[in-house]
Design a protein around this ligand. Structure first.
Ligand code: IPD
Ligand code: CA
Ligand code: CA
Length: 272
């Protein structure tokens, strides 16, 4: 479907509402867990790649609410799968940062984005514990709790703070660690915060100057990358910049984007 007629503001409102309701469910489960309630945990691609009963419940809630509010739209969710549709497709990560969630580290979120032809047009990333709400609409901007976001503007590579992440598969994370070892001497420091959607939002807020990770799922970046780009970041999505490797997601404050990209390449990012 051509995206003529897409109402980004309306879709942003739906994303915010639905992600907010799921975040309440996740927050209640988190509080229950902190009081000793046991949460069922299964594994996926590796023993370290976990999915909890709360991930499934959150995604079910999002799907049920989207069916009411946006009947006929397609849904692609991390846990329940799905395919892109001809019109709007909702891309859902019911808990991004599940390992943090399990350990009691409050950096995790519900991420809901609306895409048309594979391009994000609106999204919301909601943090259950802090209640922070990150939103963006294509061409209109990005917001944290309703306040407009702009990226940082570092002038020097050696003063640039870079977020990243590691895959669950051991062979790939070892290659990522070799690349990170090459990068860490060229930049201010590296952060591995554990929730890709929020790391991308953090670039939008200037809490990170840049973020790069290989092998993200569409649900990891669909809302957060829109927040970063609408806040002014230079963003490249998986497959768009082969010099960064086949499936890198990259977001950087535009002031540093070109030298940082060169430093990533010099650090061996293409071999990850
Ligand atoms: C993961 C987190 C993590 C990133 C992984 C993702 P999940 O998502 O975003 O920060 O490094 O690549 O898979 O499994 O917690 O939804
Ligand atoms: Ca995720
Ligand atoms: Ca997830």
């Amino acid at each position: 479907m051509a995206d003529v007629g897409v109402d980004e503001s309306l879709l942003k409102g739906v994303a915010e509402r639905v992600a907010g309701e799921a975040a309440e469910l996740v927050r209640d489960a988190w509080e229950g867990m902190n009081r000793g309630r046991v949460v069922r945990v299964d594994t996926k691609s590796a023993d370290t790649d976990v999915v909890t009963a709360v991930d499934h419940e959150s995604e079910q809630l999002v799907r049920a609410r989207l069916a009411e509010l946006r009947p006929g739209d397609a849904v692609l969710g991390e846990e329940g799968g799905g395919d892109a549709g001809d019109g709007v497709t909702w891309v859902v990560d019911p808990i991004d940062g599940t390992v943090n969630f399990l350990y009691g580290l409050p950096w995790f979120a519900v991420s809901v984005a609306a895409q048309v032809d594979g391009v994000s047009v609106a999204g919301a990333v909601v943090e259950p514990v802090s209640g922070r709400v990150w939103t963006a609409a294509r061409g209109q901007g990005a917001w944290l709790d309703g306040r407009p976001l702009t990226t940082s503007a570092p002038e020097r590579l050696d003063l640039t703070l870079v977020g990243t992440g590691f895959a669950y598969k051991v062979d790939r994370r070892l290659r990522q660690a070799r690349f990170a070892a090459g990068l860490v001497g060229r930049v201010r420091d590296i952060r591995r915060n554990g929730a890709a959607s929020l790391d991308l939002c953090a670039v939008g807020a200037g809490w990170l100057d840049a973020y790069v990770e290989h092998g993200l799922g569409r649900w990891d970046w669909a809302a957060g990358a829109l927040v970063a780009s609408e806040a002014g970041a230079t963003v490249s999505l998986p497959g768009e910049d082969p010099a960064l490797g086949p499936d890198a997601t990259y977001a950087a404050a535009s002031s540093i984007a070109t030298p940082l990209r060169e430093a990533l390449i010099a650090s061996g990012i293409g071999d990850v």
